[in-house]
Design a protein around this ligand. Sequence first.
Ligand code: GLV
Length: 309
Amino acid sequence: MALLFLSKGDDPVKWSAALRVHLPDLDIRVWPETGNIEDIEAAMVWMHPPGELKRYPKLRLILSLGAGVNHVLDDPDLPPGVPIARMVDPGLTAGMVEYAVAGVLRYHRNFDVYERFQRESRWKKLPTPDTARRGIGVLGLGEIGGACAQALSAFGFAVAGWSRTPKSLEGVTGYFGAEGLKPFLARTDILLCVLPLTAATRGIINRELLAALPKGAFVINIARGGHVVDRDLIASLDSGHIAGALLDVFEPEPLPSDHPYWHHPKVTLTPHIASLTNPETAVLPIVENLKRLKSGAPLLNLVDRVSGY
Ligand code: GLV
C-alpha cells in the first residue's frame, strides 16, 4: 500500500519522518512524484487540485490534513464512495483553545481599548468587567468548539453554545437549530465562530445575525472566511453596533493587500495561525486510520459527505 502526500502548505519531509516513526515501511509518495498511480490506496491532502483524487483507481481513504474538510468536499470531481477522515488532534485542538481564550480575554479585559489609550498617552481606568455576566457564544460545538466552550466556562464566563443538533456539555448552555439561533445571539457579548463551512453555514455571519447580537458585541472567527459576509461585518463595525472583530480566516487567503480589513481600526487579524498542525502529534490519528485501513477495522473521524462535516 502506498500513501500519497498532497499538500502545498505542509512539509513533506517532516510528515514523512513523523509517519516513519510509527510505520517504518510505509511507501510514501510526495505529489506530484506519484509513481504508479495504481499503488496509491490512501491520500493525505490539504487543498488538492480539483479532479486530482479521481485519478487514483485504488484510492480507499482520503485523510484531511485540516480539521475542516471543506477544502476536500469543494472538489466537484471527488471520487464517490471513498471515505474521508478529518484531522482530530489534541495538539491542534489545544492551539485553537489558546487562541480563542486569548481573543475573548483581550476583549473582556479591554486590551483593545487600552492599546488605543496608550497610543493617545491617556491614563484612564475603565470599570472592571464582570466575568460571570459576560455572555460568550460559541457557534459550533464540535471537537474544537466544544473544547473552546469548556475552557471558557472554566474561566467563569457565562458560556452558551449553538449547534445544528442538540449537544449537551457541562457548564455550557445549549441552543440548537434555526429556532435556537436568535435567543443564543441575544445573550452573546462575544461571539466565537468554530463552525464547519458547509452549504448551510456559508455566510452565516451576515447582516441579520450581526443585528441580532447586542450592541457592543465582539466577533471572533477561527473557522473559515466563508462564514462571514465581509461587507456586512464592516458595515456593523462602522455603525458601532459591533465593537470589534478578531479574524484568523479569510476568503480568499492570503487576504488581498487592498482589503479593508487590513487597516480597519476595529479589526485585529492574524494569517490563519490559530492552530498549526504539528506532525509529531497529528500523525497519530493518521497512523491509526492507516492501520485500520489495512486490517479492515472501522475507520475513525469520518466525514458525512451530505452534512459536509
Ligand atoms: C485548518 O484550518 C484546519 O482545518 O485544520
